[in-house]
Ligand binder design. Structure first.
Ligand code: HEC
Length: 138
């Protein structure tokens, strides 16, 4: 990392990513939206569509060391930070001290704040944080 000292939560706005290829071992490892249980929450369902197109490539596979959804083991400590922090990290990007790189908006500048938030709620919902995922939803 070229001597740059990165602290937890450093904003990674500038980073552009090329989407990595799906892992070679095929799609078995891939989390698919349509296999997850449907919810009664429109925002969570909307988030699933956004996630499918923008986030699954990493968070459905574990590509780049991204925490795979449905893995509550990986998500427990992250969810403990609270929804506001997770949404902020997803919108602005996030570099972890261990070198993990979450690109701002998953690398898609066209996503609105609301869309990114919906995708985060969807991820949290299906990774063991249902109560937190639906907080402040009507
Ligand atoms: C190019 C791969 C990649 C894409 C695409 C991607 N992420 Fe990530 N994301 C990561 C990685 C890697 C981490 C883990 C960073 C770390 O903590 O080491 C991460 C972490 C996160 C976290 C947890 C942050 C925290 O504080 O623990 C959230 C929330 C998140 N991503 C949301 C999203 C959303 C929403 C999308 C789609 C709009 C998305 N990500 C797309 C790679 C990606």
């Amino acid at each position: 990392m070229g001597g740059l000292l990165l602290t937890h939560g450093t904003v990674a706005n500038e980073i552009k990513v090329e989407h990595p290829p799906y892992p070679e071992r095929g799609l078995k490892r891939l989390v698919k939206v349509e296999r997850l249980p449907k919810t009664e929450f429109a925002v969570i369902e909307q988030g699933g569509q956004i996630w499918d197109q923008n986030c699954k490539i990493c968070h459905g596979t574990g590509n780049f060391g991204a925490p795979k959804i449905t893995g509550s083991k990986f998500w427990g400590p992250r969810i403990e930070q609270g929804l506001t922090v997770l949404v902020e990290h997803a919108q602005n990007g996030f570099l972890s001290p261990s070198g993990g790189n979450m690109p701002a908006r998953g690398g898609n500048d066209e996503l609105t704040d609301q869309e990114v938030e919906a995708a985060v709620r969807f991820m949290v919902y299906h990774s063991g944080g249902q109560d937190i995922a639906i907080q402040d939803l009507k």
